[in-house]
Design a protein around this ligand. Structure first.
Ligand code: DX5
Ligand code: ZN
Length: 215
């Protein structure tokens, strides 16, 4: 069970300090948005590289950007330990996953809520992690979509069937109220943005989320 807080709801003017407030995080989830794949804009590889230098916690980049084939490798170079591209934004997911792995990062693929898992079953061994979105990507603080739970269950069943160790991440609306449902469905890596950064003590919230997920 791993908790990967998203900095999307942190204070961008003080990112180094904001990251220092969550020493209990397993990874720092960095949401890269290009105002094209999603209707919101955050930051690019230069900022991610500066953030990677500022912390010992590894970075988990979630690329909500178009043309992932061309744009994703820069985030491995920027120092991310894990790079997630969206399947809806790549023309060659197998090639891209192999490229990310060869460059030394964990390769991960994300699915939006309306994207089915079934066409990608045979690709799972190429991935270190599968991200199943539980909101439409683009913004923090949205309501968790229960309609994504059956897909999490089906993905977990596929991984068990193939006997592979791919991590299964959920992202969007994960909180003390919803994390148990995700864990019960088979997720083992949990992104939490507003739940962590709206808490008075973000690091204590990470521990509370971890305890709920393990229940
Ligand atoms: C949404 C992002 C999420 C977001 C999560 O597009 O990918 O990582 O920051 O924020 P919450 O936990 O508030 O839904
Ligand atoms: Zn994200």
């Amino acid at each position: 069970m791993q908790i990967t807080p998203s900095i999307l709801n942190a204070d961008f003017a003080r990112l180094g300090e904001e990251v220092a407030r969550i020493p209990g995080a397993d990874w720092i989830h960095v949401d890269v948005m290009d105002n094209h794949f999603v209707p919101n804009l955050t930051f690019g590889p230069t900022m991610v590289e500066a953030l990677a230098r500022s912390t010992d916690v590894p970075l988990d980049a979630h690329l909500m950007i178009a043309d992932a084939d061309r744009n994703a490798p820069a985030y491995v170079e920027a120092g991310c330990g894990s790079v997630t591209f969206h399947v809806e934004a790549t023309k060659a997911p197998v090639r891209l996953a192999r490229e990310i792995r060869a460059a030394g990062a964990r390769a991960s693929m994300a699915l939006k809520p309306a994207t089915p898992i079934e066409p990608y079953e045979d690709l799972l061994p190429e991935l270190d992690m599968l991200l199943i979105m539980t909101v439409e990507p683009g913004f923090g603080g949205q309501k968790f979509l229960d309609l994504c739970l059956p897909k999490i269950r089906r993905a977990r069943a596929m991984m068990d069937k193939h006997g592979i160790e791919t991590w299964l991440q959920v992202d969007g609306g994960v909180s003390l109220e919803t994390i148990e449902r995700c864990a019960e469905a088979g997720a083992d890596v949990f992104v939490a943005g507003s739940a962590v950064y709206s808490a008075d003590d973000p690091d204590a919230m990470i521990s509370a989320l971890r305890a709920k997920a393990a229940d």
